[in-house]
Write a protein that binds this ligand. Structure first.
Ligand code: NDP
Ligand SMILES: CC(C)=CCC[C@@H](C)[C@H]1CC=C2C3=C(CC[C@@]21C)[C@@]1(C)CC[C@H](O)C(C)(C)[C@@H]1CC3
Length: 588
């Protein structure tokens, strides 16, 4: 930009549309055709501004001191969307959302509001063209000659006066978060039940006639749980994965904007990690390492991992007590030690740049899941004297490998999921990531080691087709949402309809997210079915994942619904009225 006043990368003060408030922004570029600067606010909001609405930082600072004395500033407060939504901490987001939506769609047109809003299209933003949808036109009326391109604020994060931009959320807002998982009593229950359940299924799967409804088998003697070597292997595995994670290989991806507006960086080299892990495992087997150890020491390996997850959770709980309020998730601070320990409180606990939640969610457990499945295939060959694994074992291995590899290949997409964006890191996720995933998601492969199930070729074909259908829905819908959240102006998404919300984020209302409210769950469930089918119908145990997953996703969907209603208020209700079904079209 040789001839323009402000250069790409300059930090300047940008006027907030419709007000005389200025915020610190960074210049991203200049469009000679429209004569507009693209700027980014500290909370991730991107706007296009005229040159006259940009000032140098130094000139601004002198005038910004006496905020309350400027009549124009006082007047502008009520007009600025940012001020409107943050004026009173006691107002609920739902109420705020309702206000904002009313502002952009007059009440006389209330009945046609939905039509107006859902017809907003994601178009590459240039100056207001006559063909632009009504809502955009409405907001332009309010905002003056600005081009409100996108606001990447997280939930209730809003552009705020500069001096408030880094302010932590009001403690009152944090404390008002409702308790999940059955509250405090529920937390006691889950803390005991989850490990007990893992133990139950591990003991069941070794029985000749395993069943989910059988009485629990007798407990083995205490020393059968413990094996120092198993603990050593687990520690080595986690350290090995940690080493791969910190290697400066692969992309550094940006997470979603935090409440402070900051965006954390994540090393998304998961695919590299699984490839290296596979090579190392292959070399080890070639060198004569007996991986069937994993099958024969499954209980001891699970116990060792459980101990590590408990220690990690204690560490996470203690450090969350010292974290600043800006670093905390909106849940996990009930004041009850057990609940907070279970739910987790710190949003992104990090040791320097090492993100503990991201690492645990994507690496040791997930890649460990594939390694265990592979070990089960070797154990099946050994136990049943086979030259190659059975069809059923191959299908289970390949399907789940595809799932994990896909997750790691698209690792950046995890940064827009609930766990990464909203949930604190505590026992639930630490145990879930490190113990639950590798030691219960592998049950189908474990089951097949001693419960063979032969499959005809047509059965194999049908199961493969089912898996591919599920995978297609899962991947397409996740990628669509991820791409939209990362860049709502992406020209590839310009055909999609959206509903604007008061937070500045929009909701997709056509495409995959117009079919059901959680198309990604639908795809995931279809895949889960394809993972269980190879094990046949003789026992319920290999269907455990399917049953658990339905419960998990139905619960997750309702958690997400409440969270989105809190964030988006009436815009979310409109979305729900437009997209009636949650997961399965016309059924649920
Ligand atoms: N195998 C396993 O054990 C598990 C797998 N999964 C899978 O992980 C993936 C991620 O799941 P999860 O994190 O639960 O949920 P989602 O990826 O579906 O994320 C939900 C978030 O997406 C955003 N969103 C919702 N509706 C819309 C819309 N219409 N338009 C745009 N954004 C929208 C909202 O966040 P915001 O608006 O704030 O961006 C909402 O909070 C899924 O595929 C799921 O199946 C999940 C759990 C367990
Ligand atoms: C009962 C209990 C302890 C629950 C904890 C839930 C966790 C096991 C799951 C929460 C969300 C998950 C996701 C994946 C694994 C299971 C957990 C951690 C995931 C990493 C699997 C691979 C996928 O491709 C995925 C990246 C979409 C997925 C993200 C969510």
């Amino acid at each position: 930009m040789p001839t323009v006043k402000y250069q790409k990368g300059d930090t300047v003060m940008g006027r907030w549309p419709g007000s005389s408030l200025y915020y610190e922004v960074k210049v991203l570029g200049f469009k000679p055709r429209t004569q507009l600067y693209t700027v980014i606010y500290k909370d991730g909001t991107e706007l296009e501004l005229k040159e006259q609405d940009i000032k140098s930082v130094s000139g601004f600072q002198t005038r910004s001191r006496s905020r309350s004395r400027s009549p124009s500033r006082r007047r502008s407060r009520s007009r600025s969307p940012a001020r409107t939504t943050r004026r009173s901490s006691s107002r609920t987001t739902a109420a705020v959302a309702a206000t904002a939506v009313t502002e952009s769609a007059p009440s006389s047109r209330r009945d046609s509001k939905l039509k107006d809003t859902v017809e907003v299209r994601l178009s590459p933003l240039v100056s207001a063209a006559a063909s632009e949808a009504k809502v955009e036109a409405e907001s332009e009326k309010n905002q003056g000659p600005y081009n409100l391109r996108r606001r990447k604020a997280d939930g209730d994060a809003k552009p705020e006066l500069l001096e408030k931009a880094k302010a932590p959320p009001a403690p009152a807002a944090i404390h008002s978060t409702p308790l999940d998982f059955g509250g405090k009593i529920g937390a006691y229950f889950w803390l005991l039940f989850l490990p007990a359940w893992v133990l139950f299924v591990i003991l069941q799967v070794n029985l000749k006639d395993p069943s989910l409804v059988n009485a629990p088998p007798p407990l083995p003697p205490l020393d059968a749980f413990w094996d120092a070597q198993a603990l050593g292997f687990v520690i080595l595995w986690i350290l090995f994965q940690a080493l791969l994670y910190i290697l400066p290989v692969g992309k550094l991806s940006e997470g979603m904007p935090l409440r402070s507006g900051e965006r954390l960086k994540y090393r998304t080299n998961g695919f590299f990690a699984i490839v290296v892990s596979a090579i190392v495992a292959g070399i080890a087997v070639h060198q004569g390492v007996d991986l069937t150890y994993v099958h024969s020491h499954f209980l001891q390996l699970a116990t060792a991992t459980f101990i590590i997850s408990v220690l990690l959770s204690i560490y996470l709980y203690v450090r969350s007590r010292y974290a600043s309020s800006a670093e905390l998730a909106l849940g996990g601070n009930s004041g009850n030690v057990v609940y907070d320990f279970f739910k987790g409180h710190e949003l992104n606990p990090r040791i320097k740049n090492f993100d503990l939640k991201f690492f645990c969610e994507m690496r040791p457990g997930l890649i460990g899941w594939c390694l265990i499945n592979f070990a089960m295939a070797l154990a099946e060959m050994k136990q049943q004297n086979l030259d190659a694994p059975s069809y059923a074992m191959i299908l289970v291995n390949l399907f789940q490998l595809l799932y994990v590899v896909d997750g790691l290949w698209n690792e950046e997409a995890i940064l827009t999921t609930m766990d990464l964006m909203h949930d604190g890191f505590g026992f639930m996720l630490a145990f879930g990531d490190l113990v639950w995933v590798p030691f219960t998601y592998t049950l189908q492969a474990y089951y097949l080691v001693s419960h063979p199930n032969s499959l005809s070729l047509p059965a194999v074909t049908a199961i493969v087709i089912l898996k591919l259908i599920g995978f297609y829905i899962f991947r397409k819908s996740n990628s669509e949402k991820n791409a939209f959240r990362r860049n709502p102006s992406d020209p590839k998404l310009s055909h999609l309809k959206t509903i604007p919300t008061a937070t500045g984020k929009s909701l997709l209302v056509s495409g995959w997210w117009g079919v059901v409210r959680h198309p990604n769950y639908l795809g995931d469930l279809i895949m889960a079915l394809a993972w269980s089918l190879p094990c046949g119908f003789s026992h319920l145990l290999p269907w455990y994942y399917m049953i658990y997953f339905i419960i998990l996703l139905v619960h997750r969907d309702s958690r997400d619904m409440s969270e989105c209603r809190r964030k988006y208020g009436s815009a979310w209700d409109e979305y729900c009225r437009t997209v009636r079904y949650r997961i399965i079209p016309r059924v649920y």
